[in-house]
Design a protein around this ligand. Structure first.
Ligand SMILES: Nc1ncnc2c1ncn2[C@@H]1O[C@H](COP(=O)(O)OP(=O)(O)OP(=O)(O)O)[C@@H](O)[C@H]1O
Ligand SMILES: [Mg+2]
Length: 205
């Protein structure tokens, strides 16, 4: 990673994060979904987005498939490419949080150390959700036909097949999409956010 030149200093405005949160009547936070391909990260993030938008909140989903078309289009799926992908997303998510937005992210994010870095960057308002489903379940779903291609050797470095997935050891929440319904998983995340005060209408103190 390149160093920031010494003459570049941060420049803060008069309007604070609390001002923006007050304006929006919500808290900025990150709900970070991690799990194998096909585990249900995007499905869950979109369902939660719909649910929370319906209750009057400004929510934004950052999704792996979309980000890889633009911001991270230059990155590959090597270990270094994946780490850089998550580093960039982490910074984007932190900026959105500072803007007062409730961010939902849907990235495989296979490495524990990468996720830990994002947690450190975002701070208290980071909620890690392990979208857990057995590899066999994910592979049988294969919504994008990627497992089939990976097994045929057409996609190298595919998580769970030819590239590692480091499951969270202590996630804030674990949802088992092989056994729970989508509605149950959405409700569990919403309940956790409420418990943490992240659905409060007053700004962070
Ligand atoms: N309980 C459940 N929760 C979430 N998804 C489920 C559930 N049961 C079945 N599914 C199905 O599993 C698939 C999950 O696919 P989805 O695209 O959300 O996975 P993903 O984790 O985002 O994968 P990728 O990392 O490849 O983007 C969908 O086809 C969804 O309909
Ligand atoms: Mg997805």
């Amino acid at each position: 990673m390149t160093q920031v030149p010494r003459h570049i200093k941060r420049h803060d405005g008069v309007i604070s994060r609390a001002d923006r949160e007050r304006l929006l009547g919500q808290r900025g936070a990150v709900v970070w979904f991690t799990g194998l391909s096909g585990s249900g990260k995007s499905t869950l993030a979109r369902a939660l987005e719909e649910r929370l938008t319906g209750t009057g909140r400004l929510v934004y989903v950052l999704d792996g498939d979309n980000i890889r078309h633009g911001l991270c289009a230059d990155l590959d799926f090597s270990a270094a490419g994946r780490t850089e992908n998550i580093r960039r997303i982490g910074h984007v998510a932190a900026l959105f949080t500072d803007a007062g937005v409730l961010v939902l992210t849907a990235f495989i994010s296979p490495y524990r150390s990468d996720r830990a870095q994002v947690r450190q960057l975002v701070g208290d308002d980071f909620v890690e959700v392990h979208v857990d489903a057995d590899l066999s379940v994910c592979e049988s779903r294969d919504p994008k036909g990627l497992y089939k291609k990976a097994r045929a050797g057409e996609i190298p470095e595919f998580t769970g097949i030819s590239s590692p997935y480091e499951a969270p050891e202590a996630p804030d929440l674990r949802v088992d999409t092989g056994r729970q319904t989508l509605a149950e998983s959405v409700a569990a995340v919403e309940q956790l956010l409420a418990q943490r005060g992240l659905l409060s209408v007053s700004p962070k103190q």
